[in-house]
Ligand binder design. Structure first.
Ligand code: SAM
Length: 294
């Protein structure tokens, strides 16, 4: 049985002139035009309209690929006014959304357009391709089994530190977008709030001067402390490091302090949670300490 919200997977595999109506979310290169997919060229060439952030930027891309489809600016300042018309059109014609570079909606406009289009019953299809965050993650050598994309951090120091603090306990690699002039302040704040975790800075990925520099946050912060780098940047930070195993002295000190105000059972539970130890082991030790003090 067909899933109620499923859409034809090959909606645009029809002959070029018959691209099915719908909203096509089309990824474009993040620097290297060789990363434009054949499907992106076909969909942009066959769409009736391309919604884009900046017609000059997208115009250059279309020109390179010989595409003459009409463009419609869609950005933060006109989105509310333009959105209903795009949705009405996507119900009857193929409409594409691109951003200046990479995957639309990823720190780029489009979220409300997709949400409202789906509500209106528009078929929404992904034409996937480049995304700076995923490109950086794939080459940084940091854990990839779990990651959290956090976009751009706030520019002001206090807000930036607060935002980082909210992510401190997340057991995943953290991904941020950043600009050259703000890199030093961001690395310093990450180091101050998260400690000296393994990290990476991906710069100008897929372009001529691309690099991925890895090291601990303190090494990276020092490298860019004085001279800001040029270009576009992804910052990656590895998950929290496992806490150093508690020693017998740590356990005894924590228990003595807890036993001063708690019953044995409560003290054992509290200390076991705090030090990540087995409750039975901590309870046994708490009994010994309590008896020794009587
Ligand atoms: N939607 C895009 C994507 O899929 O990656 C991101 C758009 S966001 C407005 C632009 C930011 O992405 C840049 O400031 C930079 O942090 C990152 N970025 C874009 N291209 C990049 C590249 N070639 N190398 C490193 N970072 C890049």
């Amino acid at each position: 049985m067909e899933h109620p919200s499923s859409q034809p997977a090959d909606a645009e595999q029809l002959p070029t002139a018959e691209l099915a109506p719908g909203l096509y979310i089309v990824a474009t290169p993040i620097g290297n035009l060789g990363d434009m997919t054949a499907r992106a060229v076909r969909v942009l060439g066959s769409a009736s309209l391309i919604a884009c952030e900046d017609t000059r930027v997208t115009g250059r891309l279309l020109h390179h690929f010989g595409i003459s489809t009409r463009m419609q600016p869609y950005h933060d300042h006109n989105a509310a006014a333009v959105r209903p018309g795009l949705i009405a059109r996507a119900l009857i014609e193929p409409v594409a959304l691109v951003s200046d570079a990479g995957t639309p909606l990823i720190s780029d406009p489009g979220f409300k357009l997709v949400a409202d289009a789906r509500d209106a019953g528009v078929t929404v299809l992904a034409v996937p391709g480049a995304c700076a965050a995923i490109a950086a993650l794939s080459i940084a050598g940091l854990p990839t089994d779990r990651f959290l994309f956090a976009g751009f951090l706030p520019a002001k120091d206090k807000a930036r530190r607060d935002a980082i603090a909210q992510l401190a306990a997340v057991p995943a690699t953290l991904l941020f977008y950043e600009s050259g002039p703000r890199l030093a302040a961001t690395l310093a704040a990450l180091l101050a709030v998260l400690g000296d975790r393994p990290a990476g800075v991906g710069r100008e990925l897929t372009k001529r001067y691309e690099e991925m520099v890895t090291g601990t946050l303190s090494v990276l912060a020092e490298r860019w402390a004085e001279v800001p780098p040029r270009g576009e940047i992804v910052v990656l930070v590895g998950p929290p490091l496992p806490a150093a195993a508690a020693t017998q002295d740590d356990l005894d000190a924590a228990l003595q302090s807890a036993l001063a105000t708690m019953k044995v059972k409560d003290a054992a539970r509290h200390v076991a949670d705090a030090l990540g130890l087995a409750k039975s082991e901590v309870y046994a030790r708490a009994l010994v300490i309590r008896q020794g003090s009587e």
